[in-house]
Structure formats: C-alpha cells, structure tokens
Design a protein around this ligand. Structure first.
Ligand code: ADP
Length: 272
C-alpha cells in the first residue's frame, strides 16, 4: 500500500509540473507576441520623423554653397540620417517577416545579373576601405523564382557585412555558381572571422558576436536574421563558415533553380 500511495503522489506531482510548464509556455508565447508588436510600433514611430528630417537636410544641402562652413556638418547629418533610416527599415522588415506581413513579388530573376548589379553598387564603399573585390560569375544566367527587391536586399546585407567586418585593405570574393538544382551565391571575406561556437548564433535576431566591436560598427544584429528569413521565404537556405577569429568568413546562399528557364532544351536552342 505504501508504494501505491507514493505512486499516486508522484503522478499528482507530475500533473502539477505539466500544468506549470503549459502555463509558462503560454506566458512566453504572449511575451513574444508583445515583443513583436512593440518592435513594429517602435519601427513605425521612429520612421515617421525621419522623412521630414531628411527632406530638411536635402533643402539645406542645396543652399550649402552659400554657407561653406555648414557643408561638413550637413554631410554628417545626411550620412547619419541615412544610416538611421536603414536601421529603421531593417527593423520594420524584420518585424513584418516575423508577423508574416511581407508579400514576395515573385518572378523569374537572373541571380547572375542581380549579383553583378549589387556588387557594382558596393564597389565605391569597398574602395573607400581599399578592399579588393573579386567577382566570379558563370557564363550564363541562373534563374530562380524570387522577389528582385528582397534578393537584392539579401546580397546587399551580406556585402555590407563583408565590407564592415574586414579591416581596410582586405579582400572580398563573390562567386555565383550552379549546384545540384540550386543557384549558389557565396560572399567571402578576409576579415575578422567568427569563432566556431559563435557561428550558429549569427542568424539570430539581435545577434552580436562581439558587442564591443560591433556597437562601434553601428549594427543592431538585424541584417543576418533578415537574410535568413528572406532566403527561407524563397525556399532556400543560408550557411555561415569561418575558421575562427582573424581568418575571414563566408556566407553561402542556396536557392532552388528555375531549371526549365536556366536550361532551355537543346532542340529549342537549335531552332533558328
Ligand atoms: P550587425 O548589424 O551587427 O552587422 P548582422 O545580423 O548583420 O548584424 O550580423 C550579426 C553579427 O554577425 C554581427 O554583429 C557580427 O558579429 C557577425 N558578422 C556578420 N557578418 C560578418 C562577417 N562578414 N565577418 C565577421 N562577422 C560577421
């Protein structure tokens, strides 16, 4: 009889534990939902005053030749508001993706042309840091079913990071190639690298591997989480590699190929 009583006591203890875990999970889900709502509200509220500030700076900028001494501070305000606008836009996007509020405008996109375009746009900031940029593209287009704007944003983020986390005079390699039914884009740099134990966390929202370094570089830890979510919305995946601090990093995006467009049948090609 004693063991039976012990068993019954144990069962009720188990039930109590289960109830408390269920309650805790519901509380966490609610806290998560409120965090997402807060992020969305914050991003909207921060965005509103930014447009008039940028307009005002633009107007002042046009008058700057009349006031040469205001030129430098104005340029500084312009640069910083641009930076702030980018952070706020990323925050807004990430909260939209989290709440399933981003609609992709999908169409056949040539990833080779898209990559070439994004890399060209990044050349000025890379050369401002004396980075060497090497771009390797396949000889023919690689089509994926995607949203041009969002895929541009993915590559933009990876290239900005490569630029940001590579000390001046470094090297950035961008390669597009075809894998098994996939288009593969790799962005590799000779920069500060990422420690092995920190690699899995880099795609998490607000991830900052070394807060000391990264605060100075001005990031919020949003970019890579956005990259991951956008790539996954395209049915693809993204991986990060690094052999540790000081050895550079590589980010690789895999996207399913629209193979019928990438490889027109031979007889079709042969037609006059
Ligand atoms: P952040 O705005 O901080 O750059 P990201 O989400 O883009 O946010 O990146 C998250 C973290 O991953 C960064 O803070 C940085 O520590 C690390 N990281 C990202 N890209 C690189 C890179 N190319 N080289 C080294 N570390 C990187």
């Amino acid at each position: 009889p004693f063991t039976w009583i012990a068993f019954i006591v144990d069962l009720s203890e188990y039930k109590r534990l289960e109830d408390s875990l269920t309650r805790r999970a519901a509380e966490l889900a609610e806290a998560d939902r409120r965090k997402d709502e807060f992020l969305a509200m914050l991003a909207h509220e921060l965005r509103n005053p930014l447009a008039p500030i940028r307009n005002a700076v633009h107007i002042l900028h046009r008058q700057a030749p009349l006031l040469p001494e205001s030129q430098r501070p104005l340029e500084m305000i312009e640069r910083q508001t641009q930076h702030l606008a980018r952070l706020v836009d990323d925050l807004l996007d990430v909260s939209r993706v989290t709440r399933g509020k981003i609609n992709l405008q999908k169409m056949p996109v040539d990833l080779v042309a898209l990559t070439a375009r994004v890399v060209e746009n990044h050349r000025p900031s890379a050369s401002a840091h004396q980075h060497t940029v090497s771009l390797t593209l396949p000889p023919r287009p690689l089509y994926v079913e995607g949203d041009d704007v969002r895929l541009t944003q993915v590559l933009d983020n990876l290239l900005s990071n490569a630029n940001k986390y590579t000390p001046d005079g470094g090297h950035i390699w961008i390669t597009v190639r075809e894998g098994q039914g996939e288009a593969i884009v790799s962005v590799r740099d000779s920069g500060i690298g990422i420690a092995e134990d920190e690699l899995p966390g880099v795609f998490e929202l607000f991830a900052q591997v070394d807060p000391g370094i990264d605060r100075a570089r001005g990031g919020l830890g949003i970019g890579l989480s956005l990259v991951k979510r956008l790539v996954e919305m395209h049915g693809g995946r993204v991986r990060a590699h690094s052999d540790g601090h000081g050895t550079g990093s590589e980010f690789i995006v895999y996207l399913p190929l629209l193979s019928q467009i990438a490889h027109p049948p031979d007889d079709e090609q042969a037609q006059p």
